[in-house]
Design a protein around this ligand. Structure first.
Ligand SMILES: Cc1ncc(COP(=O)(O)O)c(C=O)c1O
Length: 439
């Protein structure tokens, strides 16, 4: 007979289970075991303090365990943990749906709530197909949209995210994102041929009137924190309108103040048809969703999409508190100000360390791209150096992440509550780490 048990042998002793209980598929950039977090800091079980400029991959925009968010979670948890969306309404959900209808300018928006970023993208794709009656989705090379089957098929940020999982869902085509540094020119003098490549896609692969949507990250995330040239999103909006194609802005990483605007599309005054969101929405509780034009949402027939946990009541309470904190503490403005401070400091580092090929960023989405000076075209990617810099920074108790197709980009994602002193400290640590790594 099979015997199951909710207990592990270690439940009877004080020590923690061996780390090998966690499967290796969760690749990990530190070996830290953390106990708690406060604002920009993570505190380990040994009491060591790390400046967390990963923000749990862009999630803890209000900082770790913000007291107002934590209090909202605790208050909700003792009342109701699960109020399933197909069965009941709940107050935190109703309030959040209403607020999300108004985060973008204008009146005609509706929202849908789910659990993860990938699920939000899945929802956007399903809605685009059902609302247009068209089958095809176009995504950008270097984009990242998640790890479910559909979102893997959209993702091309790096081989590891998809290459072992063919066959992937079809009717998806990829076109060029304008990556000015790799193309060899300045962002304000962009001559990238992304528009010609999109036109070629229409002439070589698929008729535009078969395309339901184009999905785009306003700033490439996993693909290397690539800020596009000023004309890109406005022109893409024009082209999509011309062909009756919906524009999906994937703001899972850029949303909720990260770039110094509530949503990154505001930098270019572009209105998408559908916007996906997750990460920063609930300060760490699992929640995601889309905002879409109401007439699109209204074409989504009851029961054709959903999920058990979507719009969880505790997550919704956390999201409402997160929105309050973002508003009351002026976190969007702080992201812009701290971002400008950080970028100026990084530019100085770029002048002193020869292996930094590019310094870029928008708000608190910042990156250093490492190259091998004097080799090839002068932009040969240097992932080994990026790895060493990250390791040196970690030794000095600063957590930053890598990104980019060649993993040669250090990306810095501070929480939006970070202070001028913390930014100064991080710049000092980065300078020392660059020197120690031989940059
Ligand atoms: C732009 C973008 N879209 C979608 C996702 C997927 O989100 P999740 O990991 O919550 O599924 C991510 C995650 O990094 C992302 O950055």
């Amino acid at each position: 007979m099979i015997r199951t048990s909710p207990d592990a042998p270690t439940d009877r002793v004080a020590e923690l289970p061996d780390r090998s209980v966690v499967p290796a598929v969760w690749s990990r950039i530190t070996n830290l075991t953390v106990e708690r977090g406060e604002g920009s800091w993570l505190i380990t079980t040994n009491g060591e303090r790390y400046l967390d400029y990963s923000s749990g991959i862009g999630v803890t925009n209000t900082g770790h365990a913000h007291p107002r968010v934590a209090a909202a979670v605790a208050a909700q948890a003792v009342k109701l943990l699960h109020g399933q969306q197909n069965i009941v309404y709940h107050e935190p959900g109703l309030r959040l749906y209403e607020r999300l209808r108004h985060v973008l300018p204008g009146d005609g928006w509706g929202a849908f709530l789910s659990n993860s970023g990938a699920e939000a993208v899945e929802a956007a794709v399903k809605l685009a197909r059902v609302a247009t009656g068209r089958p095809v989705i176009i995504a950008f090379r270097g984009g990242y949209h998640g790890r479910t089957a559909q979102t893997m098929a959209l993702t091309t940020a790096k081989d590891v995210y998809r290459a072992a999982f063919e066959p992937l869902p079809g009717s998806i085509y990829h076109t060029a994102y304008p990556y000015c540094y790799r193309a060899g020119h300045a962002i304000d003098a962009c001559i990238c041929d992304w528009e010609a490549q999109l036109d070629l896609t229409f002439h070589q692969f698929i008729y535009p009137d078969k395309v339901a949507a184009i999905i785009v990250e306003p700033v490439l995330g996993e693909g290397g924190y690539v800020v596009p040239p000023p004309g890109f999103l406005p022109r893409l909006r024009e082209i999509t309108r011309q062909h009756g194609i919906l524009l999906i802005a994937d703001e899972v990483q850029t949303g909720f103040g990260r770039t110094g605007k509530m949503f990154a599309v505001e930098h270019w005054d572009v209105e998408p048809d559908i916007l996906t969101m997750a990460k920063g929405i609930a300060s760490g509780l699992p929640l995601s969703g889309i905002i879409a034009r109401r007439e699109l949402i209204e074409r989504w027939a009851p029961g054709t999409h959903g999920g058990t946990f979507g719009g969880n009541v505790v997550s919704c309470a956390a999201a409402n508190a997160t929105l309050d904190v973002i508003r009351d503490e002026g976190l969007v403005a702080n992201a812009a100000a701290r971002g400008a401070q950080f970028l100026a400091g990084l530019r100085q580092l770029g002048e002193r360390h020869r292996s930094i090929g590019d310094v870029r960023g928008l708000g608190l989405m910042l990156a250093l791209e490492f190259i091998k000076p004097g080799e090839g075209d002068g932009r040969v990617p240097n992932p080994e150096l990026a790895k060493r810099v990250l390791a040196e920074a970690l030794d000095r108790k600063l957590i930053v992440l890598s990104a980019g197709t060649y993993a040669n980009v250090a990306r810095i994602i501070p929480p939006l509550v970070t202070t001028p002193d913390e930014v100064g400290l991080a710049l000092k640590v980065l300078d020392e780490s660059l020197t120690a790594a031989g940059a």
